[in-house]
Write a protein that binds this ligand. Structure first.
Ligand SMILES: [Zn+2]
Length: 206
């Protein structure tokens, strides 16, 4: 489902506009706390070492099921954007579809989906690791609501794969507790994505 389709369904407009409070913050917090959420999970992963269906650029693809997080774009998730930018200030430079610095931040504030967020985080982590890349794309999978192909370029395959794992865990860690796939430091909920865990791990394998 595209941003535009969700906009047409009023999902974006719902954010901050669902209660009697002037900024909607209390109602939104209540909605978040009470939400019954199935966490995101990885369906499959692939490495394209040459030109492929989606691009001429070698890319890593993560097929990601957002579960009920499909209904929770970035602008509905409390503090997600500010916490993400505090951790990775380099994201301010990502142009995204606007092709100029600040473009991705604008998408976060307008409301974009977590697969797209993970894509940008994987790109940024690779830059921080000294293997800079810029290209990425995230597309919904036709006929599979809530499922996305998250794709991003890489220079070193192992760095790219690790960046993808860390990106998903980082995004997951910024979610409200009842939305997370990974357990907290107590490991109470366990790891529900099927990307391999590598130490140091913040979560347990299933
Ligand atoms: Zn983007």
């Amino acid at each position: 489902m595209t941003d535009q389709q969700l906009e047409q369904q009023g999902i974006l407009e719902d954010a901050g506009n669902d209660g009697e409070h002037s900024d909607g913050s209390r109602d939104r917090a209540t909605a978040v706390a009470e939400a019954a959420v199935s966490p995101m999970r990885v369906i499959e992963r692939g490495v394209y070492r040459g030109p492929h269906l989606y691009s001429l650029t070698p890319m890593i693809r993560i097929k990601l099921d957002l579960g009920s997080l499909e209904e929770w774009p970035s602008n509905r998730l409390p503090h997600l954007t500010e916490r993400l930018l505090a951790l990775l200030p380099g994201l301010h430079q990502h142009g995204c579809c606007y092709n100029e610095p600040g473009g991705f931040v604008q998408r976060l504030e307008e409301g974009t989906w977590l697969g797209h967020v993970a894509e940008h985080v994987a790109i940024e982590l690779q830059s921080l690791a000294g293997t800079p890349v810029t290209r990425g794309k995230t597309r919904s999978v036709t006929g599979e609501p809530g499922v996305y192909n998250v794709m991003y370029a890489y220079r070193e395959q192992e760095v790219g794969l690790m960046a993808g794992r860390l990106a998903l865990r980082l995004v997951d860690s910024l979610l409200p507790p009842n939305f997370r796939a990974c357990g907290d430091s107590t490991g109470s909920t366990g790891m529900r994505t099927n990307l391999p865990c590598r130490p140091p791990s913040i979560c347990r394998l299933p």
